[in-house]
Design a protein around this ligand. Structure first.
Ligand code: FE
Length: 194
């Protein structure tokens, strides 16, 4: 085994597992490809941003999103609703700012937010954002007024969260697509305004 290429043995083990699943008749190669493509290729914060932009422009969708985020994700064609966890959307208001964490590991709605950033998995973030959220958010450049309540949501394998940032103050009506472009992964985690 070559220590220079540690990913090679892992890839071989994954391929071995795939072949056993296929040999056992549990899945076909095509099905595995489709699952992996769905999980990885389409996992992007663009998906969460589209849900937020829809909520900003469609009050009925916003109500459905806050009531049942799994169904609201499925409504836009996103698979978060079928991943076997409860998705909850938490909406920022003038008085309340939400931020998400997984204090145990790194649970997170990947299909809607894309792969989680390294800092989200770090012990520093996981331990500190619970104890001193205002200070941690300030380090991200997000300085919240002292009278803004900060709610920290601790995700786990069963329940995961999506932050709905505050909409921008735009004159007139902006198109949903251009609004979606304003929403970032950090905004969906709660470490940015949007
Ligand atoms: Fe976790």
């Amino acid at each position: 085994m070559s220590g220079d290429h540690p990913e090679v043995p892992v890839a071989a083990r994954v391929r071995d597992l795939e072949e056993r699943l296929i040999a056992a008749g549990l899945v076909t190669d095509e099905e595995l490809e489709a699952i992996l493509a769905d999980v990885f290729a389409s996992a992007s914060p663009v998906n969460g941003a589209r849900m937020v932009a829809r909520a900003w422009t469609d009050p009925a969708y916003r109500d459905r999103l806050l009531a049942d985020a799994n169904a609201a994700a499925a409504e836009l064609g996103f698979a978060a609703g079928t991943r076997g966890y409860l998705l909850k959307a938490v909406e920022n208001t003038p008085d309340v700012h939400n931020v998400i964490v997984c204090t145990l590991c790194s649970c997170y709605p990947t299909s809607l937010l894309g792969p989680s950033p390294g800092w989200y998995k770090s012990f520093a973030y996981r331990s500190r954002v619970v104890r001193e959220p205002r200070a941690v958010l300030a380090e991200f450049g997000l300085e919240l007024p002292q009278d803004t309540e900060i709610r920290v949501w601790d995700a786990n394998s069963e329940t995961r969260y999506l932050v709905v940032p505050r909409p921008p103050d735009l004159p007139g009506r902006a198109a949903e697509d251009s609004l979606a472009e304003l929403v970032t992964r950090n905004g969906l985690i709660g470490t940015a305004v949007r």
